[in-house]
Design a protein around this ligand. Structure first.
Ligand code: GLY
Ligand code: MN
Ligand code: MN
Length: 487
């Protein structure tokens, strides 16, 4: 094989590693090699329409361009991660690359070239079609014969609305860079290496923060996609209710699989590992082992979200009585969380401080915990001031949502948790009470009960809209909904 068969972009990959597949067949006769070059139809398409998202990605790139005039901007999609030997984890491109291009190709890199008279020219560097002449398309196991047809750069230009070039020419371009460069570091080791010495960690951090902050306010495409993610998620929750057995244990893994099937069918995947937490597992916030059973009489805390094919995710939690009816003590705790969520959602409106919804929900939770005698002689206010409720409320009440479940995580504190809500922001409101099964400070009947209710809330001009309102939240409505689905 010659160097021209190298599939890797600016990264290096040895010939030896590329051809391990089907070791038995590694020996290729000259006749077969010649045979495989020929007899393939020209499938190039010239009739592709720009993707709906293209006008939005163009606008996002213009905003980024205005923020970093005169600088070369480099945003890699990233490379597949090896799972073992020659198998890889499913590839998901970096969210910022998706945000700016709408594309999901592996090994691609968005480069924004500063123009002499201002602005930038955006170019997507991508893998071209596999070469048939040199055998790349079938001898390289990353070739299209093995992994499926890729769009050509010309086809991608039609779809994405920006020039596309062969990523194997990128190393030369980056090597020749002389002016200031900003890199979204950490996604493509080859790109990082190619720019070594031309970028600084400080500038790159500023770049990462700017990208995160750009994504705080969603545009209409993003809101529509998040709405769809919530609709698909509601279908997934319905599927789970249908599979929950009211009289016998239901494996948490079956619940996980049911939801995942819906996620794959309607979208791309789940947006994060589903928490399928039955009984006392519900008190473990990151319970993703999902190796227990949901038993009649227990609660099931299901925290799951469909990620759409554009890679936006919902993040929804419902806490359901497995047999369809809350016990009195389950209902008491559930209703406290519901009241807290109502207070939290009511605090989501434009101009409100981001922290308001968290404070409102925590106050209501603390009032209930105080009424149950859990703070001794202390009032809810005193307990809140000391943060004592956190023994049982554990987590913050929400976060931004978008391409990432914990979206915009690199935004500066003053722009996010110390910031102000604006129309177009989407955030979760997800209060909970978690009584660990070994917590001797609470009545025995509370131990092992965990309840969270989580919805995805869009800030509107008037106040807010609950994008996940298709799923009931009030206890009686939850019971009626479950009964309907099972009848
Ligand atoms: N599912 C992750 C979260 O609720 O933040
Ligand atoms: Mn969640
Ligand atoms: Mn969440």
């Amino acid at each position: 094989m010659t160097d021209s068969t190298q599939k890797a972009t600016v990264a290096t990959e040895t010939d030896e590693n590329k051809h391990r597949k089907n070791g038995l067949y590694r020996q290729v006769s000259a006749e077969l090699a010649e045979n495989m070059k020929q007899g393939w139809a020209d499938t190039e398409r010239h009739d592709l329409e720009p993707a709906t998202q293209a006008v939005h990605t163009a606008r996002r790139r213009r905003a980024l361009s205005a923020r970093f005039p005169g600088e070369l901007l480099v945003i890699p999609a990233g490379n597949p991660k090896v799972r073992a030997n020659d198998t890889a984890y499913p590839f998901r491109p970096s969210s910022d690359y998706v945000y700016l291009t709408g594309d999901q190709s592996q090994d691609a890199v968005l480069v924004m070239e500063p123009g002499r008279s201002g602005g930038h020219q955006a170019i997507a560097y991508m893998l071209p079609r596999s070469d048939r002449e040199n055998g790349e398309f079938w001898l390289d196991y990353h070739g299209e014969l093995w992994e499926g047809r890729r769009n050509s750069p010309a086809e991608n230009e039609q779809l994405l609305g920006l020039p596309c070039r062969d990523v194997r020419t990128l190393a030369g371009r980056l090597g020749a860079a002389t002016g200031p460069v900003r890199l979204l570091r950490g996604h493509d080791a080859g790109v990082d290496a190619a720019l070594e010495g031309k970028v600084t960690a400080e500038h790159d951090d500023e770049f990462r923060v700017a990208l995160s902050e750009m994504r705080l306010v969603k545009d209409e495409f993003e809101i529509a996609d998040l709405r769809f993610a919530c609709e698909a998620t509601a279908l997934g929750f319905e599927d789970v209710v249908r599979v929950l057995d009211a009289t016998a244990p239901t494996p948490e893994r079956l619940i996980e699989g049911r939801f995942w099937t819906r996620a794959r069918l309607e979208g791309n995947d789940v947006g994060y590992a589903s928490v399928c937490a039955a009984g006392s597992h519900a008190t473990i916030l990151h319970w993703v082992r999902n190796d227990g059973d949901a038993r009649p009489g227990d609660l099931l805390l299901l925290d799951a979200g469909v990620e759409t094919r554009n890679l936006y995710t919902a993040d929804v939690t419902r806490t359901l009585p497995v047999d369809g009816r809350f016990t009195p003590v389950q209902r008491k705790i559930y209703e406290a969380v519901y009241a807290a969520q109502e207070a939290g959602i009511a605090a989501v409106k434009p101009g409100a401080a981001y922290r308001d919804f968290h404070d409102a929900a925590q106050r209501v939770l603390a009032e209930h915990l105080a009424a149950w005698g859990l703070f001794g002689d202390r009032s809810a206010e005193e307990a809140c001031a000391l943060g004592l409720q956190r023994r049982w409320t554990l987590a913050g009440t929400g976060h931004m949502l978008g391409l990432d479940v914990h979206d915009c995580a690199k935004a500066r504190t003053e722009m996010y948790v110390d910031g102000t809500l604006e129309p177009g922001m989407v955030l979760t409101v997800e209060p909970g009470i978690y009584f660990q099964s070994d917590d001797l400070t609470v009545p025995e009947e509370y131990r092992g009960i965990g309840v969270r209710i989580e919805d995805d809330i869009l800030v509107t001009e008037e106040g807010n809209e609950n994008l996940s309102a298709l799923l009931p939240r009030e206890a009686g409505e939850v019971e009626a909904w479950m009964a309907r689905l099972r009848s």
